[in-house]
Design a binder for this molecule. Structure first.
Ligand SMILES: [Zn+2]
Length: 389
């Protein structure tokens, strides 16, 4: 016997609108498609925005690292600054340290030290300490999983720590049992492949083909097990192939101000964020940034409009954002250049996310924050059904 209704949400990290235009992806089964505006920031900002329907300024998640010298949990890492550079910059060593720290602090969120310099680590703090996929995972407010719990709607959510194959099998099993009315299927491998191989590359196209096959199986099974099926396939942002690298970190170092005394900075891959302790450093660094041709200082009004203005300057007093295709190398995120990147202005053509559905998409769904409404709807009506019973 078929169960009543299933709402199936499939998340494909970095499968942007522009990438979608270049491939065939369920044109018949999912004919309703919309280009969605993403938000400023990386997945650490985009995913919380999808899961809450709110902006970074509202939910509190933006870039992973922020300046917090008074209560940095990483103070005791300072001795690691003497590690030989050849060892300290090795990816395997950094992965091991990341895993050890994650266990030590009991962080349940995604935690990576990336290319954070050990000599500065004691000055910084990390924003994603809890898993975003738990009901209490947000810094401020509730996410969709809190609503699901409250509504009592039976649901299945992928475990982002497990492989895509495992999560596919788990979703398939949940569908076959016919007990859940709401599924979130999480897929993040495409993002990594785009970073390493770039848009249009063979490994990326094969991955998209894998999604085609896996999702076709998932949709077919769902059609067989449920009378009504709502499918939403969406992403958080796209990616652009990089065209130029800039050693901004070295250039700011060369100005001669003392890191942690005169100023502090986080060099993300497409953004540099600064805190100032004295006016000379502020003036000189601002002048240096204003002279760069490949990016610009973000005005406060624009950050406010993008939902990325933090009055307490938690994530920086000054944001410098590079133009699409440009990359800061080295950065606190990576030592070497990579082929694909995201984290540009949401108006950059590669930045747009996508939404596909088997039903017409409501007109007011225009941005990734609007995905929350779609995910919340089945839970809200479920609650109504429960209370009238
Ligand atoms: Zn990424």
């Amino acid at each position: 016997m078929r169960a009543e209704r299933l709402s199936l949400f499939v998340f494909l990290d970095a499968f942007g609108w522009e990438i979608l235009q270049s491939v065939e992806f369920f044109p018949n089964l999912l004919p309703h498609r919309r280009r969605l505006r993403s938000i400023l920031g990386y997945s650490s900002a985009c995913v919380p925005s999808i899961l809450t329907g709110k902006t970074p300024a509202e939910h509190g998640h933006f870039s992973f690292y922020f300046y917090n010298p008074e209560s940095s949990p990483f103070k005791w890492l300072y001795p690691l600054r003497v590690l030989p550079r050849a060892l300290a910059s090795r990816a395997r060593v950094r992965n091991k340290i990341s895993q050890a720290l994650k266990g030590f602090y009991g962080y349940t969120g995604y935690f990576q030290i990336y290319n954070m310099p050990f000599r500065y680590f004691h000055l910084f703090d990390y924003c994603e300490k809890k898993s975003l996929f738990e009901p209490d995972g947000m810094i401020h407010g509730d996410n969709i999983f809190a609503l699901l719990r409250l509504s009592g709607i039976p649901h299945h959510v992928s475990d982002w720590r497990r492989s895509e194959d495992d999560n596919h099998d788990a979703a398939l099993a949940a569908i076959r049992e016919r007990q859940v009315a709401w599924i979130f299927n999480y897929n993040a491998d495409l993002d990594g492949l785009l970073h390493v191989h770039g848009v249009g590359s063979e490994p990326v196209l094969s991955q998209i083909d894998r999604y085609r096959q896996r999702l076709a199986r998932l949709f077919a099974e769902a059609e067989e097990c449920y009378r009504d099926l709502d499918i939403y396939v969406f992403s958080d942002h796209g990616q652009a192939n990089t065209t130029a690298n800039h050693p901004l970190w070295r250039e700011i170092d060369a100005l001669g101000f003392r890191f942690g005394r005169d100023y502090a900075a986080v060099y993300d891959s497409t953004m540099a964020r600064f805190w100032f302790m004295n006016q000379d450093a502020r003036a000189a660094i601002t002048a240096r940034l204003s002279a760069e041709s490949y990016g610009r200082i973000m005005p406060r009004a624009e950050l406010e409009a993008l939902g990325a203005y933090f009055p307490d300057a938690k994530y920086g007093e000054l944001f410098f954002l590079v133009d699409e295709g440009h990359l800061l190398v080295p950065s606190f995120m990576g030592e070497r250049p990579i082929v694909g990147m995201h984290g540009y202005h949401p108006d950059a053509s590669s930045a747009y996310a996508m939404l596909l559905s088997n039903h017409p998409i409501p007109d007011d769904v225009q941005a990734i924050t609007d995905l929350y409404t779609l995910m919340a709807a089945p839970a809200l009506t479920w609650r109504g059904r429960e209370t009238t019973r």
